[in-house]
Design a protein around this ligand. Structure first.
Ligand code: GLY
Length: 336
């Protein structure tokens, strides 16, 4: 079994790994209608609950429906809950499993590239409240996560590209070899070569797992995983143009521009970051004016008093966490 060191994340085929990892007598799957349609044989062998699609499904209303269905199915504390889907499904599954009857065992089979490299790993789960992302949730680790890159063949190109953005993020944070590997391959090769893709997924997972292991509860180091997310979340909040990965890529380019202007990042490294995003057709342009994004950042419910942590790339494979006041952030981006 190819287990990513220091974690319960496995890379390989579901058909081989699941029978070895799943020992519970009763399993209930939580999934969404897309996954149900694309992977019918995987879902139909289990009792299952289908939730709605998209970010709006990460709500208290969905939680209540799922809890009620679990009760109607007489799920008890020995029931194992298996989330099969993208980040919305794994976030809901993790939260439900951690709270239903005060906690039952759970695992994930992520079916999007973004959830394989990011959303299903790390132990954070939760729901959105009043338009604010992930305001309520828990830290809770699944028994296992199975990343099977062959499941990604049905993923639309745009969703696949969104996952690449998170892989680029991991490379900038801590893996310059992964960055170079991404430069030397391309979208078509990653889409068509599942073992190449598995090696890239594994490298990105190693970055995330090492950081999460050192700071599971996000007291410090883990914040570096938010590279590109301050602007990225503001983009998602202010405009429906970009999906999460696309917004993060634009956010990364935006902070790289700022870091270059402040001479924190060498011009050739900033250019490599912009070029890599462009190589994967990830737009570095902000879809809304920076003034509008700054307004969204200021009203971010997760701010710390009058300041925030901005993660700044200082080299390919190295970032710095800067605590800045809103005025400093505004000045930084306004000058850009
Ligand atoms: N669920 C994503 C994370 O824990 O980072």
């Amino acid at each position: 079994m190819n287990r990513v060191e220091g974690s319960s994340v496995y890379i390989g085929r579901v058909a081989e790994l699941l029978p070895q990892l799943l020992t519970a007598r009763r399993v209930i799957v939580i999934t969404d209608s897309n996954v149900d349609r694309c992977h019918p044989s995987l879902i139909s062998s289990y009792e299952h609950i289908v939730i709605g699609l998209g970010e709006q499904a990460k709500s208290f209303a969905t939680l209540e429906r799922v809890y009620t269905q679990l009760m109607d199915m007489y799920a008890d504390r020995s029931t194992f809950i298996l989330g099969i889907g993208g980040g919305v499904v794994t976030d809901i599954t993790g939260f439900v499993a951690t709270t239903y009857m005060r906690g039952v065992d759970f695992g994930f089979i992520p079916t999007t590239l973004l959830s394989q490299v990011d959303a299903s790993v790390g132990g954070k789960n939760g729901v959105n409240v009043g338009g604010y992302k992930n305001m309520v949730g828990t830290f809770s680790q699944p028994q296992f996560v199975i990343c099977d890159t062959t499941l990604l063949s049905t993923l639309p190109d745009r969703e696949f590209r969104a996952g690449i953005a998170e892989i680029i993020k991991a490379a900038i944070i801590a893996d310059s070899s992964l960055f170079a590997q991404l430069e030397s391959t391309d979208f078509t090769q990653l889409r068509s070569n599942t073992s190449l893709l598995a090696s890239v997924v594994e490298a990105a997972l190693k970055v995330k797992i090492a950081i999460v292991s050192a700071d599971e509860r996000e007291k410090g180091l883990r914040r570096v995983l938010n590279l590109g997310h301050t602007i990225g979340h503001a983009i998602e909040k202010s405009s429906r143009v970009y999906n999460h990965g696309e917004a993060v890529a634009a956010g990364i380019c935006c902070v790289a521009d700022v870091a270059e202007k402040k001479a924190q990042l060498a011009a050739q490294d900033a250019e490599r970051i912009r070029a890599l995003c462009a190589h994967y057709d990830l737009n570095s342009q902000l879809p809304v004016p920076i003034t509008q994004l700054l307004k969204a950042i200021r009203t971010d419910k997760k701010r710390e008093g009058d300041s925030l942590h901005l993660i700044v790339p200082i080299a390919i494979g190295e970032v710095r966490d800067e605590r800045l006041t809103f005025s400093e952030v505004e000045q930084l981006f306004a000058e850009n």
